[in-house]
Structures are given as structure tokens and as C-alpha cells.
Design a protein around this ligand. Sequence first.
Ligand code: GLN
Length: 531
Amino acid sequence: MKYIFVTGGVVSSLGKGLTSAALGALLEQRGLKVRLQKFDPYLNVDPGTMSPFQHGEVYVLNDGAETDLDLGHYERFTSGELSRLNNLTSGKVYETVLQKERRGDYLGATVQVIPHVTNEIKQRIYEGAGDDVDVLITELGGTIGDIEGLPFLEAMRQFNLEVGRDNVLFLHCTLLPYLKAAGELKTKPSQQSVAKLREIGIQPDILVCRTEHPMTNDMRQKLSLFCNVPVKAVIEEMDVETSIYELPLALKAENIDDLVIDHLGLDAPDSDMKVWHDVVRRLKAPSHKVEIGVVGKYIELQDAYKSVYESIIHAGISNDASVRIVRLDAEDLEKNPAKYLATLDGILIPGGFGDRGTEGKIAAAKFARENGIPYFGLCLGMQIAVIEFARNVAGLEDANSTEFNPETKHPVIDIMEDQKDLKTKGGNMRLGACPCKLSKDSFSIHAYGQEMVEERHRHRFEFNNVYRDQLKQAGLRIAGTNPERDLVEIIEIPDHPWFVAVQFHPEFKSKPNAAHPLFANFIAAALKYKK
Ligand code: GLN
């Protein structure tokens, strides 16, 4: 077993997560079994309760863990399936330590950061890998110099001592700021960040330098000298041109995979990176073009719908099309949806919580239904479609979700009876992978090409089965159900070019070289609609 620890210096938002994921992709291409893991120094036990404004998207795993969005990058770039063991926060560490303390597990000892907290962290490094893995890549969130990150760095230092220097590699991501006035890249912040790491007892083996301008040889020499890293281990990571999926190839050009493999004494044949060349080639020279509107309430945030945007890009790749994503604020289009939607080739409504913007989303679903524009609803986007259909087709005036109006006459979306007594927050959230049986002759079974599928969930409210027959009679198709609890998972409108809305989150299972079938079919329908 080999271990790579990824840290970041100088500033946050350096793209450490992407660098880690891209390195994972490179090693996987060389035949190694890779697993990735994220440590987050904040005190929330997990990001499940954090606002998208704070933290971007909450990424959900098969086992129902609510995790950092970097785990989304990990799963998109590599094939290893992640579990709740692959994301650890300080909050979780302290929760575990304090539970043990209350149980008396420490047998009267004074409980301290070293060794009790650091032991807990080290334990998670061992567990994060699982049995069948060659390399575990652990990324530490935050920036070197943050007080919160110290116990994690200390645990990594100890871990290195425990398993031996040949089995561990420290990779430090840093920024080379460009000073316009001086016309040069500056290395000082990187020197200082590495000095801070060395103070803690960690000597980086590889320095990944984020930069907007190419580095000269002199700069590499200088960084090597001051940071105590061999010249060939000073890696340039320029901003990629078109897409994040170019990153594995860009890092390969700097031979980062050879460095890692040599350092860790691994035996792995070189790779031609065909999969990634294919992805990038198709991304860069698409034959077609479509415009997809995403109607949400966190539209101004880059990261709130991360996996949705990525899945749309994947579907573009698989359809040989470039997709322009038009981000629309639901509140803006309440009054005059046509103004914003008429020129689009497809409309997507992603997940969400709370009632801000719901009437605008309902207007968007109505516009898509009435004008035959391909519609794809995800989680809340399905609930919106059901409300719209109930109100405007089935004649159930005032139909709503009890999330938005607890007093509605027609609660077509509601918390299920067997869940109503679970009041605690998150207690009644349906989380993680659940099976779904697709019905014959649906858009969905056509897309998946199989009858049983498994998709990830994160929601409290459900399609209310009391209204099932009534809505079916009005023309709604129930295209997928959960076989165990008979919950509605997919609705479709049959006499429409492509109208599919799902209670789950397919965006958590799409990859650049294997687009999710529903996203792929949605974009195909949009291309057809355009013609
Ligand atoms: N707010 C809705 C629910 O809780 C939808 C959640 C979501 O879109 N993830 O059921």
C-alpha cells in the first residue's frame, strides 16, 4: 500500500481537488488501483447541513454519505467507488473522540490532540484505502498556515514515520502569482508555504505550481533550491484552455506520474492515455451545438450545481456537441418565462430546498411542456413537474408540495406517512443508492437499455401516491418506481418529444467518458428539437 498526501499553500481555490483527481486518473491509466479521500478541517460533522453559498454542492455517495464536492471530481476522474470513509471533517473526528471519552474507552487517560485526535485521523487513512487498493491519495482541505489543519498535518507526519518514507509521497500545490508591474512570476509565497510545512516536519516531494504563465528553467531551479525539491519534481500546472478534463494530459506532459511511480517504487507500465485523449478531442472539435437552460436559485454560484453542469458537458461529449449552459434565476422568469426560455433547446431544473423561486420553476416546466421543449427535472425538478401537471393538466387547483405550502388542498408532493414521526433534521432524508424499476416503452428504459437501475437520492419529500391514479388518468406516465416501497421515482409526459423528471440525482453517476444515459438522451433530444 502506498500513500500520497496532497496539501495546498498560499491561497485557497487552487484546484487541489482537481489536481488530486487528475493524478488519480493518471495512476489508474497505468494500471494501478487508486482510491481518493478528502480531509476537511472545519467543525461541521459533514457538509450535509451547509448552505450552497458556503460550500457549493453537497455530493452524495452510494452509501448515502453527504460529502464535499471534491469527491465528485474523484468519482468522475477515477473508477473507484467511494464511501463515507473517504471524507473526514474535524467535526467528525472530535465527535468520535468525544464519544469514546464518554464511553470510558480511554481508561482514565487525559484525552489530547496528540495522540488521541491524531490517532483517529491515522485510523481513517488506513480505513480509507480498503483492501484492494495500490495507492490512496488523501487531500487536505484548507491552506497551510490554517490553525484548523494542524492536527491533520501532524497525523500525516506521524503516518509517514509509521509506514516508512518509501511508502509515502507528499505533494504540495502552490500558487506563483504574476506581478504585472515587475513582469514576472513570484516564488516567495511558495517558499514560505513550504517552509511552514517543513517546520511541521513535512518535506514535500513534489511541488505543483499553479500559474497563468509558463515557468522558466531559472524559476524551476530557484524553487528547487529554496523548497528542497529536485528540479524535475517542480511541476508546472497552467490554467487549462477549454476544460478540466485536459488536466490529466497536462500533468502527464510534466511526467508527474513517472515521478510518483519512481518515488513510491511501484511497478506500472506506461500508458498512452487514449481514454483522455478521446475525451479532449471530442470536447475540442464538436460537430453540433445546443443551448440548455438550467433554472435554479443558486445560479450565480460556480459550484452549487457542479455535478449537473459536469454531467451536461459529458452528455455533450457523447453527442459530439458543445453545450452552452444558460443559467437562469428562477425568480426572474416567474412573470414572463417566454422571454428567457423561448430560444432554448432544452430546459433542466436541478435539485433544491425551500420555496424561493418555485413558482418560476413551475412556470418553466409549464413552458417546456406546452412548447414541446425537452425537459429534464432532477429531484426538486421532478416535484416541480408533478405540481405543474397537477395544476394545469389534471385541474387540481392549488396543488403543491407540503414543503412549500403545508396547507395546500392537494399535496401532490408530501412526506410519506411512515416518515412523518422522524422529526429530527436529516432523520427522514432518503439518502444514497436505491433501486428503481423502469416501465416498458418509457423514455427512461430506452435511455438506460435495462429494466432495473440504481440511483442516488437526497430528499425528504415524495410523489404522493394518493394522487397517482388521478394524475395517470390525466396523462402522466409513471416511468420508474422503487420496488420495495412503491415510491414514484420517474415521471414522464408521453405525448411530448422528451419530458423526463426523476426523484433521484443522476448527476452523481456521470463521467466524462461515460455520460449518464438520461443526460445523454436529454441532450440528444435537444439536438433533435433544434433541427
Ligand atoms: N426539497 C425537496 C425534498 O426535500 C427536493 C430535494 C432535492 O432536490 N435534493 O424532497
